[in-house]
Every structure is written in structure tokens, then in C-alpha cells.
Ligand binder design. Structure first.
Ligand code: GLV
Length: 336
């Protein structure tokens, strides 16, 4: 048997930065799906058969069908993302398969993008850029492209985990009042350090000038911002989403923007993804959409690749993953 033949077999569903990919390629017999687009479902099901490890992306649905197609030797699912709503974690746990994600390393980078969206929408940057490019800039205008002040505004943060807290820091730095809503209250020390006040969702919606979503996607948060929620917001409020698209009802958002009740929206995530260019939201000048790039800095994506490789290689070696999302998998009694 050659040395390579003894290595674990893995499927990597897209090219990730070399910082992680090179280690995976060196230590495994890897099948790399090297295409710009994700593997179509039938291709994914075919290629996953018989692998020991799967390095998946948030564009791959990891569910019972895929786990069946993989087979009982599958030892690990390493998801190249902090979010893992694309993975049926209970199904993996039931089969004794640890699932890894990439927490921590993308926190600040994601908050940076959320704040960039907030600033761009508040100060109408894309509208200004379009205006100049369309050669409509004829003179200085006393009322040209007036927007909303960021300083002195109230920033309502929904979901006060790692990224939400980084968003709070950025808001505080700009002299904003910070409200947060989370099922879990932060400690008094954290609230004081971040200058953030807890608030019920109703209060947060009613009092915030900017509402930024940092929650995970679950049945409880699906369409958390719907028509009723938009009605409760202040006239002129701006909504930012860098969490998951389905947390917002996009039809209701389009209506709230069109009616003028909302001042604008900045979306890094949409429902569905990708959002096609003929989507009604893209015809609205006060809606800025970018293609799910919140963690896309060179340094952060390299760190994510390293973590995804660490999880994958630990999993195929039968070792505990450095960052498992289902640590309970290690408490299960061994299969009889
Ligand atoms: C990106 O959305 C991630 O979850 O890492």
C-alpha cells in the first residue's frame, strides 16, 4: 500500500484559502470540488460516498440524506463558517459525528462590515456614488442627499453574542446609545464595559434609529422582523442584517422601504441567496445589498480555513475537534 493510500479520504466542497487547504491536501486523500459554484446536490451525494471527513460550506445542506449517502465511516463534518444552520446537527449527533465550525476569528471582521453597511446606508454612499457616476453632480446642493446622523443615534442590537458585542463597541465609539436584546442577559460588568442597556424586543424596535441583527437562524428567529415588527420601528429607522437572510421577511421589508416608513436597509445576507438582480429590493435606492461577504477579509478567511482544517484533521484522526458545535457527541456511550 502506498503512503497516500493509507490516508483518510475527505471531500472538500470548494477551494478555501491555502492556509487550511494545503494542510488538508497534504494529510488526506482529498477530493476537492474546485469550482466557483457549489457542487450540485447529486454530485455532492455521489462524491461524499465513502469519505471519512467532509469539509462543507454554508451552501451545502448536510442532512440525513447526505449522511446516508456518505456512509457509516464518516467521522467528521467541518463547516467553513461560524453559522451552521446548513447542518442538521442533531442528525450528526445521533450518528456520533462531531460537527466543527469556525467561531471567534470572524467576530471583528463581521462587525466591521455591519458597521460599514450602517454608515453607508445612513449617509447614502451608494446613492451618492451612483449620482456622480451618472454625471448628475452639477453643483453643491444645500439639500442634496441628506441622510441620518450616526453619532447620537440609538443602535438596537438583536443578538448579543460575540459579533453583537463587537457591534456595540463600534456604536459606542461613534457616540451612539446602545440597546441590546438577547434571550440571555449580559453580566453587569459587560453591560457597563460596552455601555449597552438590555431591552425587550418591542422597546428596542420602538426606540432604535438603527437595528442590527446578530442572531442565529432558528425557528424562533425566522422572520423575526416581519411587517408587524417594521410597523413598530421609528419612522426612518435603518435595518442592518449580517446574520442570516431568513431572519427578515423580505416582502415586508420591501413594503416598509417603499412606503417610506423605513429609512433604509443594509443586507449582507438575503432570502434567498443568491439574490437575483431583478429582486424588488434591488430597485429601491435606500437598500444596499452585498453578497454575504461579512467575514471576507484576507486574514479572517485564512484563519477560518486553518480552523476548518484543524477540525477536519482532528476528526478523521478520531481526536476531539478543537471547536465542536455538538460537544455532547463525546458524551454518548460507545455504539454497542
Ligand atoms: C458566515 O455567514 C458564517 O456563518 O461564517
Amino acid at each position: 500500500m502506498t503512503e497516500a493510500a493509507g490516508r483518510p479520504r475527505v471531500l472538500v466542497t470548494r477551494r478555501i484559502p491555502d492556509a487550511g487547504l494545503e494542510r488538508v491536501l497534504a494529510a488526506t486523500r482529498a477530493d476537492l470540488w474546485d469550482d466557483e459554484l457549489p457542487p450540485p446536490r447529486d454530485e455532492l451525494l455521489r462524491r461524499v460516498a465513502g469519505v471519512d471527513g467532509l469539509l462543507s460550506l454554508l451552501t451545502d445542506q448536510v442532512d440525513d440524506e447526505l449522511l446516508d449517502a456518505a456512509g457509516p465511516q464518516l467521522k467528521v463534518v467541518s463547516n467553513f463558517a461560524v453559522g451552521f444552520d446548513n447542518v442538521d446537527v442533531p442528525a450528526c449527533t445521533a450518528r456520533g459525528i462531531p460537527v466543527g465550525n469556525t467561531p471567534g476569528v470572524l467576530t471583528e471582521t463581521t462587525a466591521d462590515l455591519a458597521f460599514a453597511l450602517l454608515m453607508a446606508v445612513a449617509r447614502r454612499l451608494t446613492e451618492g456614488y451612483d449620482y456622480v457616476r451618472a454625471d448628475r453632480w452639477l453643483t453643491w446642493g444645500p439639500m442634496l442627499l441628506m441622510g441620518s446622523d450616526i453619532h447620537g443615534g440609538t443602535l438596537g442590537i438583536v443578538g448579543f453574542g460575540r459579533i453583537g458585542r463587537e457591534m456595540a463597541k463600534r456604536g459606542s465609539g461613534f457616540g451612539m446609545r446602545i440597546l441590546y436584546h438577547d434571550v440571555q442577559r449580559a453580566t453587569a460588568e459587560d453591560e457597563a464595559a460596552l455601555r449597552a442597556e438590555p431591552a425587550g424586543l418591542e422597546t428596542l424596535l420602538a426606540e432604535s434609529d438603527f437595528i442590527s441583527l446578530h442572531t442565529n437562524l432558528s425557528p424562533e428567529t425566522q422572520h423575526l422582523l416581519d411587517a408587524a415588527a417594521f410597523r413598530r420601528m421609528k419612522r426612518g429607522a435603518i435595518v442592518i442584517n449580517t446574520s442570516r437572510g431568513p431572519v427578515i421577511d423580505h416582502d415586508a421589508l420591501a413594503e416598509a422601504l417603499r412606503s417610506g416608513h423605513l429609512g433604509g436597509a443594509g443586507l449582507d445576507v438575503t432570502e434567498p441567496e443568491p439574490m437575483r438582480a431583478d429582486h424588488p429590493l434591488l430597485s429601491l435606492p435606500n437598500c444596499l445589498v452585498v453578497p454575504h461577504i461579512a467575514s471576507a477579509s484576507h486574514a479572517t478567511r485564512a484563519r477560518m480555513a486553518e480552523m476548518a482544517a484543524d477540525n477536519l484533521l482532528a476528526g478523521v484522526a478520531g481526536e476531539r475537534l478543537p471547536t465542536p458545535v455538538n460537544p455532547e457527541v463525546y458524551d454518548r456511550p460507545p455504539a454497542a
